[in-house]
Design a protein around this ligand. Structure first.
Ligand code: SAH
Length: 234
């Protein structure tokens, strides 16, 4: 079995890379910015693909996530892609800081494209997720929520109305891009998201995100340990 994580930020991946002692395969994706870490866990190959950096900061967002996912699938042929990272969530849905969710759907919330129904539907995405996601969440005791993706950290009123209309719960900047690429290859995709900020909590998002990033990445690492055990023992 080959499990491949696609992760945007070093902070999100580092606790996890250190926990498994997996090593960087230098230059694997050159000249692309994405980075590969690889090792073995319980007889499975564990890959972690990071989006990489530009100008000294992590390449968050859809473009880099698409490049990383495409490269990962074409070069590594994983059995499953896991998009692990942080997200905003809603206090009104009962979310708490550093709580880890499993995705039960994925779409874009900032693609406002007028036209017929087919055009609008295509823009929103709503890509398939790995069919075992619900069973995994139930067995390991994680809540589930719908991931919605946009290109900004902040949330404009028009984003919120699309999120509410479609039952979005976990707001990120990569999920749907990863899901789009996985849908092209029919590669199963599992979402693991830890909450750094509450979109309806009244705090300034970047300040709240920065304050909680470390804590959220620790719970994310613990969740991923459980998930890797679960996947490799099946
Ligand atoms: N300059 C910041 C950028 C972080 S962007 C830094 O380097 O620390 C936020 C990242 O966390 C993205 O990868 C996104 O997927 C996720 N994220 C966390 N909270 C989010 C929110 N409320 N909205 C959108 N993305 C969020």
């Amino acid at each position: 079995m080959r499990i491949c994580y696609v992760v945007a930020m070093v902070a999100e991946a580092k606790p996890f890379i250190e926990r498994y002692g997996i090593k960087e395969v230098e230059g694997f994706f050159a000249p692309l910015p994405c980075l590969l870490y690889e090792g073995n866990v319980n007889g499975a190959i564990l890959d972690v693909v990071l989006n990489g950096q530009q100008q000294g900061s992590d390449l968050v967002g859809c473009e880099a996530a698409s490049v990383a996912t495409l490269s990962a699938i074409q070069r590594l042929h994983p059995d499953i892609i896991i998009n692990s990272g942080t997200c905003g969530a809603f206090r009104s849905n009962g979310a708490e800081i550093a709580e880890v969710y499993i995705g039960n759907g994925v779409m874009f919330h900032d693609r406002r494209v007028p036209g017929d129904d087919a055009w609008g539907t295509q823009s929103l995405g709503n890509y398939p997720i790995w069919e075992g996601s619900a069973q995994l969440a139930q067995t390991l005791g994680f809540k589930m929520g719908k991931v919605t993706t946009g290109s900004s950290l902040d949330m404009q009123p028009c984003d919120l109305s699309i999120i509410q209309e479609h039952g979005g719960e976990l707001k990120d900047m990569e999920g749907a891009a990863v899901g789009f690429v996985c849908s092209l290859f029919k590669t199963p995709i599992l979402y693991v998201k830890s909450v750094t900020d509450l979109c309806d909590g009244g705090a300034e998002t970047f300040e709240e995100f920065s304050r909680n990033l470390h804590h959220a990445c620790e719970t994310l690492k613990k969740a991923n340990e459980q998930i890797i055990e679960y996947l490799t023992q099946r």
